[in-house]
Design a protein. Structure first.
Length: 139
């Protein structure tokens, strides 16, 4: 979607006015939706987890997102999906805490098929260098 595209928010119950805004940059939409999000302890289903994190650091927990494609789309067809921008919404305290947790404490981003993180036949995709970023915070 080109820069300057107009968006309108949903109208909350009891309200009558939608918030309207325009994008400040081009936006690429992918046929994906987040269907689950959990903050967990150390993931027991990722064998040898420490090999994915920098030396001297240890995993204390994980933010696990479950994604699903929409319509007839398949994950295999999303070849240009090399970044996944995620918008944090909700209670300001919770969203702020998640933002800080993700951007200050991220060690790696690991992707794989559900229930297959320990399956040698289905390798994981791992990003350990700059695993999570926010364009406004880059130096």
């Amino acid at each position: 979607m080109p820069r300057g595209t107009e968006f309108s928010s949903r109208v909350p119950d009891g309200e009558h006015t939608a918030c309207t805004f325009r994008s400040s940059r081009d936006v690429t939409l992918y046929p994906l939706q987040i269907v689950g999000a959990k903050l967990t302890g150390v993931p027991p289903d990722i064998p040898s987890l420490d090999r994915y994190v920098p030396a001297g650091r240890s995993v204390c927990g994980a933010l696990r997102l479950t994604l699903r494609t929409t319509g007839e789309a398949r994950f295999d067809d999303q070849r240009e999906l090399d970044r996944l921008p995620v918008y944090l919404a909700g209670d300001e305290r919770v969203a702020s805490y998640l933002f800080e947790l993700i951007h200050a404490s991220a060690l790696a981003s690991i992707t794989g098929m559900p229930n297959c993180f320990g399956d040698a036949e289905r390798p994981l995709s791992v990003v350990a260098e700059q695993a999570v970023g926010y364009e406004g915070l880059r130096r």
